[in-house]
Ligand binder design. Structure first.
Ligand code: SF4
Ligand code: SF4
Length: 324
């Protein structure tokens, strides 16, 4: 039943930043780091037969590169999976730190297999409406300047909101001018981001405008269109039921060792805690609790769902990128 192709490991929820559309920064900075998963337990994961074909790790949460565990985690993964691809989102607000941590990681992983996405969200004017750290925009530019010569897979990212979508072409031009990649995602509500009260209400005209801009920059190819159609269905309050393979083909491990099918980390989808299984992932996944979660997912008990970053999904209109 399980064939885990990728893992999202939330290294740490610690984030000293400040953003409008995500409230992770509001968690208590000391409490949030207590009881994080022991790195020795993390190491044991790689004995799992279900991870034989795993080749993609997403290292996320708050500002994960600030965690003293980050480069150690990269080292352990790369040692066990020499051809792995590792991805991390960063704010770009700590240029020196991002540079040093990345240089350390490149001792263990090939530069082509290490991707950092820097949140940019548009021009300086738009940026400053959503990212509230002082001189954040300038710090991002400095981070790009330092990281680019390292030859890693570097992208700037934009989460499309009502107040920045006009900047879609701007982002693409910025990336091209700087010789780096780009990624466009869509705003979502999630318990983990503590932003369930920010509802994203778009008029039909606004949705048409966004779609036209995405088409103009050739973003909506066959692989990416399904994700936009999902976002649009959420904003129009018309989310269809779909087949979801999260949990069977991909898992999320939170900073404390809890395993979930996807990264909203809903209590009723908690498959078990790695600490209780001394890092034995196979035993955890075969437990009654985990199997019951898989049944809930199969029976769509967690739908309608708006976890836009979940990628092992087949919609009525096609497959999400992770299933293609
Ligand atoms: S979006 Fe990132 S940088 Fe901003 S508060 Fe959330 S975790 Fe921190
Ligand atoms: S349907 Fe949604 S909430 Fe349920 S497992 Fe899939 S992505 Fe997660």
């Amino acid at each position: 039943m399980y064939k885990i192709e990728d893992i999202n490991f939330m290294v740490s929820l610690f984030c000293p930043g400040k953003c409008v559309n995500c409230n992770i920064w509001q968690y208590d900075k000391n409490e949030i780091r207590k009881d994080e998963l022991d790195i020795e337990v993390f190491k044991k994961l790689f004995k799992s037969k279900y991870l034989k074909e795993t080749n993609y790790f997403d290292l996320t949460a708050g500002e994960s590169q600030l965690s003293p565990r980050y480069s150690e985690v990269v080292k352990i993964i790369a040692k066990n999976k020499p051809d792995v691809f590792i991805h991390t989102n960063i704010s770009g607000w700590y240029p020196k730190k991002h540079f040093e941590v990345t240089k350390e990681c490149l001792k263990y992983i090939k530069k082509e297999n290490f991707r950092l996405d820097i949140s940019l969200d548009g021009s300086k004017e738009s940026y400053e409406k959503v990212r509230l750290v002082k001189n954040g925009y300038e710090k991002v530019q400095e981070t790009i300047r330092l990281l680019k010569p390292l030859g890693i897979n570097l992208r700037v990212t934009m989460i499309v909101y009502k107040n920045n979508y006009q900047d879609i072409p701007w982002l693409v031009n910025f990336a091209k001018k700087n010789g780096i990649g780009y990624f466009i995602g869509y705003a979502r509500n999630a318990s983990l981001l503590s932003n369930k009260d920010n509802k994203y209400n778009y008029t039909n005209k606004e949705l048409e405008n966004i779609e036209a801009l995405l088409e103009d920059v050739n973003w909506l190819d066959e692989r990416r269109r399904p994700n936009w159609l999902w976002a649009k269905s959420i904003y129009q309050d018309k989310i269809p039921y779909f087949d979801c393979f999260m949990g069977q083909r991909s898992i999320v491990i939170d900073p404390y060792g809890n395993v979930f099918p996807c990264n909203d980390c809903l209590d009723f989808l908690n498959m078990g805690n790695l600490k209780e299984f001394d890092g034995n992932l196979d035993e955890l996944l075969n437990s009654k609790k985990a199997l019951a979660v898989i049944e809930k997912v199969k029976n769509k008990k967690c739908q309608p769902c708006s976890m836009l970053c979940a990628h092992k999904i087949e919609f009525p209109w096609g497959k999400q990128v992770g299933l293609q």
